[in-house]
Write a protein that binds this ligand. Sequence first.
Ligand SMILES: C=CC1=C(C)c2cc3[nH]c(cc4nc(cc5[nH]c(cc1n2)c(C)c5CCC(=O)O)C(CCC(=O)O)=C4C)c(C)c3C=C
Ligand SMILES: [Fe+2]
Ligand SMILES: [Fe+2]
Length: 387
Amino acid sequence: MGRVGVLLLNLGGPDELDDVGPFLFNLFSDPEIIRIPFRGLQKPLAWLISTLRTKKSQENYRQIGGGSPLRRITEAQGQALQEQLNSKGEDARIYIGMRYWHPFTEEAIARLKRDAIDRLVILPLYPQFSISTSGSSFRLLERLWQEDPALNKIEYTVIPSWYQQPGYLQAMAQLIAQELDSLPNPDQVHIFFSAHGVPVSYVEEAGDPYQKEIEDCTALIMQTLNRPNPHTLAYQSRVGPVEWLKPYTEDAIKELGASGIENLLVVPVSFVSEHIETLEEIDIEYREIAEEAGIHNFNRVPALNTHPVFIEALADLVVDALNAPSLKLSQVTQLKKKVKMYPQESWEWGMTTTAEVWNGRLAMLGFLALILELISGHGPLHFVGLL
Ligand SMILES: C=CC1=C(C)c2cc3[nH]c(cc4nc(cc5[nH]c(cc1n2)c(C)c5CCC(=O)O)C(CCC(=O)O)=C4C)c(C)c3C=C
Ligand SMILES: [Fe+2]
Ligand SMILES: [Fe+2]
């Protein structure tokens, strides 16, 4: 049977305030997060955006205790998962691979090689698939596998997304029911699903299944909950000037307030751990918006963290994956990819010479505009809050 490993993938977060700048640089260097038409500009722009965003971002991390709790919680989830797997007779070792901070995915791969793991289950800690999250980690793993032939000895399988897993849905429904029942008039509470947003172009141009998976997931949670409460789905955490999935959480909260809703229960639906976007963005920023909109009872369902029903669900996912035909990285990173040409030119698919020329021109223009904005302190990036 051989040695079994489970690689848990997550985004990672700065452990302390000094980590914020380098963490943001790693994040913005990833073309799956910010798509810059001209490859050579990715790093200089990542450096610029991260340098300019660091202060604002540090202020947010300061408000939640000076760093992200993501590493600590992911390690606790890993420990609980290992115990749960052991109790099911599966002697598996857990490895944590973060995309943009320690412990990096590369470190996890080095460790599981050292431990001579024979069989590996790759499990992202994102219930729904997005190009920007699980997709980015899968692409990195694909590259690591290509660069290191020794990894081909490991028999691995990937779980691309798992929002339909019954134990996960049960755990979410239990947490929501528990919160509803702690409030006066539980049936009057409006349930507000706040999913992390992504740019619309990811879904419409690159074929990211994320929006559909979020919509299906929300419907399945409501079905499992089986309560009469009305509900809304909106998208949070927009960064940058482009259009993201709508409705935006802040707009939806204001609209509900204007329509007379006074009791709101927010359910973070793309995250399984507390982190800056639950602790700061929802608990502080959106609460303030809700109060201004007349929503005086603003509550939030806690993230799953190490909820026992959730940990059991993860263990079931691992056991099922070990017993199913394997799924390869190349199978889960192939999305329908289109490259769009700019107006006034004819539409063509692929990186044609004209496309390259226009990408270069636009990237240079963008870069110059950014430099001007940096010098003047005014411009569209300041306007939309990116800088
Ligand atoms: C700029 C584009 C971004 C996209 C697209 C994006 C998608 C996305 N992110 C998560 C989950 C997390 N994001 C976290 C931090 C974070 N993400 C972005 C930007 C994008 N995310 C930034 C700039 C940051 C840093 C924080 C900040 O400055 O606002 C984290 C870590 C949080 C922590 O506690 O440290 C997570 C987790 C999802 C699920 C997602 C798309 C589905
Ligand atoms: Fe955010
Ligand atoms: Fe993010």
